[in-house]
Design a protein around this ligand. Sequence first.
Ligand code: F6P
Length: 358
Amino acid sequence: MRIGVLTGGGDCPGLNAVIRAVTRTAISHGDKIFGFKDGFKGLIENKYIQLNHDSVSGILIRGGTILGTTNRDNPLKYEQIVDGKKVYVDMSRVINNNYKNLDLDCLVVIGGDGTMRMANEISSKTDIKVIGVPKTIDNDIVGTEMTFGFSSAVDVATEALDRLHSTAESHHRVMILEVMGRDAGWIALHAGIAGGADIILIPEIPYSIKGIVDTINDRIRRGKHFSLIIVAEGVKTPQGKTITRDEEEKKPDLIKLGGISNWLARTIEKVTNVECRATILGHLQRGGSPNSFDRVFCTQLGAKAVELAYNGKFQEMVALVNNKITSIPLSRVKGVKLVKPDDPLVVTAKDIGISFGE
Ligand code: F6P
């Protein structure tokens, strides 16, 4: 077979591990692999490299993606400047021709929910046969119990909490760690439990300042003059205001979330006598090596994607279901997988006394 592969959307730890697994599985069966540069842009501009053992050697542990990525270029609405004006052009015919000229049998698309939806739409409008591999540190893709990159991001957030713990205790402060996740609280929930947070704030569970302050004061009464709070970037103020890093952006997908921890620190300081400090972890969660779990997981996902190609199972997304690597139709990847307020992990956290600021 001749298989194309690309990475789309924001990067995360493990992309290279998947590229490596796809390449090595295909090569070991005598097949050919072509990697497109910078996501769908590479397919539009016909920029690709043939991947071989050498090109994927040593990349298992490397962060980022050797192919490059972008979370901007949608081939069905490709932004171009014509006569000084922004226009959006349907490039489906162009990508179809490039795919056919390279005589590809299918395209493995490694990306987040947006990329999965795009891949599905492309496959319905062209002859391109796609297989999706879900990635994102946010862990919010519908149809899979976990996305790769998530576990590594949780490790980074957990280490950050561990480090904040000692300085919080020394200074008798409230330390707030803000983590990524967009509208989903998975990173905050998992890292909060792993790092022993006293309060976990996630977008899916409404909180009040009183709820937070009560927990801090309870701890002070028990002789604990410091508290650790982890907050997901998508948490709004109790009045429902979203805190962002750029006020102008109107498109929900492009809004740069960030800053709720600073707002909380100011607000908590005003109503308590405790000093508060905020740390925004940001893209540190996205960069760097995948952890051992993700390396194994990515290897399984990449090998499974090629197995699907051999079985002629297209328009599918590789997925973890009931803890097994399988696949689901791409058409089922709709919406966002959020934390349910009665998720067993939320229940466990509450059982051991972690507050959600309610
Ligand atoms: O979806 C992954 C993610 O890291 C989110 O957690 C975060 O809100 C967003 O991407 C940041 O995007 P960018 O890298 O474009 O700032």
